[in-house]
Structures are given as C-alpha cells and as structure tokens.
Ligand binder design. Sequence first.
Ligand SMILES: C[S@@+](CC[C@H](N)C(=O)[O-])C[C@H]1O[C@@H](n2cnc3c(N)ncnc32)[C@H](O)[C@@H]1O
Length: 600
Amino acid sequence: MAELISQGSLVRYYCTYGKGMEPFLIDEVKRKLAAEDVCQISGKVLFSSSAGIDRVSELKAAERLFLLLKKDSPVLLPAHTNQAKASSVLQSRVLGDKDQWSSAVMTWSRLQGELSGRRRTTVKSQSTALGVTRKTGEEGRGSEELKREIVEREGQTCGAEAQTLEKKRKRDEGGNESSIDKNAEDQRTSERDRKRHCEEEDEEERKGLSICRQNGKKGIISETDLCGTGSVCDHATSGLHHNVEGSGRNVDNTPEDLTVQKVEHGKTTEGRDETLLQPSLIKPEPPSPAAVTFRISCKCTGSLSRYYSQQEVSRVIGVGLSRLMGWKADLKNPQLEVHVYLSDDNCLVGFPLTRLPLANRSYIKTTGLRSTVAWAMASLAQIQPGFCVVDPMCGVGTILIEAAQEHQDVCFLGMDIDDGQLKKANENVEFAELGNRMHLLKASSMTLPLPSSTVDAVVCDLPFGRKFGTKTDMAANLPLILTEMERVLCIGGTLVLLLSPQLSCVLKKLLAQKDTGPTSNQEAKPGKQDCPSPSLSSTKQQTSQIQQGVTSPPTQETEPPSGLQHSPPPPLSSLKHQTTLRLSLGAIDGLLHKYVKMDT
Ligand SMILES: C[S@@+](CC[C@H](N)C(=O)[O-])C[C@H]1O[C@@H](n2cnc3c(N)ncnc32)[C@H](O)[C@@H]1O
C-alpha cells in the first residue's frame, strides 16, 4: 500500500543519517518533533510531524532532510521484459498519480518559502540589532561548512587540511554556480575525497583495524548521459534553455529576489553562516506546479540494478515525469531535485528541503569530529542542569559545543595538550558565544588538574586514525587516561568514549583485567584483533602518584588509621558498562562506549 504525504499541517519527511546514528535520530524526532509513524528503511528514517520546518531543519542526528512524496512496495520487473515494457512499468510504478505530484510540490514550495522567510527574518533582525550592513565580498561561512561535509575522520582539523578542500572553498566562494550545481559538484567532490581517504586507510584496513565502506554511487544523470539518446535529449536541452532564461528574468525583475539572493549567499556581520538553511529551491518564489524544472537523482540497488544502470532508470523516470506533469528536465539549474531510491524492499521518492546537509552547523567555525557523532556523544552523557561536563581531549571543542547547544545551565570544561587545537577551540567558543559557560585549559589527560569525584560527565574522542595518535602510543597510555577519567568522575557520573576498534579492544582487555586480575589476564587468550597489552598494575602506581601530587589536599589523602586500612579498589573497577555502538566516521568506523561510575 502506497504511503502518501499527508495533507494539512502534518507533513511526512525522511532523513538520511550516518551509519549507526539511527537510534539517535529516531529518538530525536520523537522527542523534539513529537513525530508520528516513525519507521526506518534502508538508511532513512521516515516520520510525520506538524512541527514547523524551522524545528525540523534543526535536527542534529540527521544528515539530510527530505519531503517524502511516496513510499511504496518495490518495483519488480518480470523476467525477460522488453525495454519498452520495463520503462512503462517503471514510470507507472515510480510516478503514479499526477495529483500526488502537484500536491507534493505545493507542500515543498510552502516549506521552502518558510525556510527562506525564516532566514530573511533572522538576518534582518541581526543586522538591525547591530546597526550595521553586511559587507559584500565577505567570505561566506558556507564554504567552511562545505569543507566539513567532505572532511572525514582523517581530515579532522587536528590534522592538516587537504588541499582539495581549499580548492573547493575557493570555488565555492566564486558564487557563480547555481546552488544545485554546487550541490551536485559537492557530492562528486565528496565522493572523490571519500575514495582518497579510503585509500589512505588501506594500510590500516590491511591490518583489519578499520573498515572503509563506500556507499553506492548516486545515479545523478549527467548532461551527456541524458543527451546520449533520442527524445530525452530534446526534452532536456529545451528545458535547460528555458530555465536559464527564466531564472535570469526572475532574478533581474524582482528586487525582493535580489535581496534574498544576496542575503542567502553572504554572511551576517556576526560571521555566522546564514547559507546553511538555504532552501534547495534556487528561486525563492514557489513555482507553479505547471512550470517546474527538475532533475532526477536515482539510487538503484538489488535486482533492478542488475539489468539497468542508475542513469537509465533516471532517464526513463525523467521522461515519464515530463510527460505526466508537463515539467521540463534541467540538469544544470533545476528548481526541483527529485530523489528516487529503488531497492528490492522499497520504492521511495522525495525532494530535498535544504541545499546543505543538516549536519553542517551554523554555530561552529572550525569542525573537528563529525558534528552528528559529537552530538550523539553528548546525548549519551545524559547531561542535566547543574552538571559539570569535561572533555579532557577536546580538540577544537566540537563535543562540548554540541552539548552546549542542548543544555543551558551546565558548566563545560575542555582540555587539550595542543596549543593549536586550544586556539581553534577558543575561536569556536567565541563564535558560538559560549564564553560564559565553556572554559578551556591546557592540560594532559594523563594528569587531569581536577579534584577527585567532581565531574558529572566525561566525554572524550581519543586520538586515532592515520593522522592522530602516531606520535604517542594511545594504547599504552589508555590505562592511565581511563584511570584519571574514573578518578575525577563522581559516583553515578557518566563516561562516554569514542575509540577506534583497536583501542576498543584494549579497553575491553583492561576491563576484563580489572574483573579477573592481572594474573588471569596474562593467561587469557588474545582476542581476534592484535591488541597491545595494557597494564593496570603500572597504572595503579602512576595514578596514586598523580592523586598525591596534583589533586588532593593531604588531609583527604592521608592513610587511614591502622586497623581500618584497606587497599583501594583496583583501577577502573568502578566503571560499569552501559552500551557500545558502532558509528561511521566517514572512511573509518569508531566505537562509542558508555560507562557509569558505580560506588565500589
Ligand atoms: C581526536 S582529537 C579530538 C577531536 C575533538 N573531538 C574535536 O572535535 O576537535 C584528539 C585530541 O587529543 C589531544 N591529545 C592527544 N594527547 C593528549 C593528552 N595526553 N592530553 C590531552 N590531550 C591530548 C590532541 O591534541 C587532539 O586534539
């Protein structure tokens, strides 16, 4: 039974997400948007909500947001179907009813209008409040955000930024391309970068330490694809010309449009990126359903993909949509991008609602960890008002900044040993206007300058991957780092760690060691992965030195009177495992671990 978009204020959406983020996204749409009919299919979470588009577009666990046109049963072509028959089945199954398309495009236009209106209001009020006008030619923060989209774990700002990103930034700043063109180009560049990062990971992969899983390429039809054959070429070309002229007229003749164009591609005097919620529609006025220009972006998996390329399917659907609606295909500057997903399980059609991924954050200047993952870490920490939250290896501060967006009355402390990282973190804190509740400190995570049992939550993304952790042996340091985290946490406090699969293996061994004792651990058979052997006994000694030397006044740390003397609990014995989740960090995976400190 086909699932249609809802009429009235209840709108049916879907979001894409990074691997492993689905539980966070499902929880978020239910909690923040009171979403109904939430379900998850092939890398997407579908939901209905009557919340305003401003709130929907602020989802933190999602990558991209779409308006759902239809979700239907899979398109299955009978064996030995000739091409004409196959095209006809595809068109009728994917496209269906004309009214459904008209209605969907009206809803999409309305949402686009609301997003544009919201942006206009925000920019206007910011400029008015400051009594200043936006300078032309200022560098758009959107370019910074675009970098983030393609920066994988290996390219986090802790390391050198790839040259390709800089080139891309410059290209983005050129501002001549249409937003949708840029988007398609971004996707291609992103794909190239992902490949490159995957190649960089080859060495680790061989060791079995990381996994590079590439998604199937999207079937965005190129002009060459479309113009390769017959009648579709005529359609496409005429549509292209029609739209270029049309869009020129619209922009030139409408002062309101001009204003919006300027605002959307610039930044405010505060330097915040106002392009992030830029709707996917290039022209702000809603198109009449009779005059839409479109492009099909198709992803095809399963049996269908064995017989037809994504380009072929896109072309057939494009021709059908032109016929059904009288719309023109326009590959370069379409008003509407139609996303079609065909698998053995489903047929899904939708329209993107924002040009850039929701995962691009307007409040972060320099990104480190992928923002969705940082947000997930903060949400796992179950932060409450009045909490003190510490990230002892904060980098540029992404996790704490994500946490601070969600929690007001909380004190955040970020520490790092690297001056460069702390400088960027400081800029981020200023940019996000969090200076009053986020503090930064240069310190080593192996000797935290904090009293014992004073922190409510520790969140930490440890260095790993090719560009991190090469100088220091994190596996060897992990026992001491964890022991320090355990020490500063108060009873009931939460520890959330992001580790590589290799470091997770070390962690597992350490925790097994605290349960069974070092002797039995030495006898234990090695795990599947070849982990360096951590030692808790040396950690115990080091920790005791740290406690005496750094944190505790002598009155609290003096030996108890003889008779009452008992040995302190072994390191890490108070940490109780809660959950472990595997998340994609782009080219490699990370494991998210949550522990709670128990009273021993
Ligand atoms: C993976 S990065 C953290 C990235 C961070 N989550 C962000 O979003 O920017 C790890 C950080 O740990 C820091 N680091 C490495 N060894 C450290 C130590 N012993 N004490 C404190 N920080 C350390 C590095 O300087 C780096 O910034």
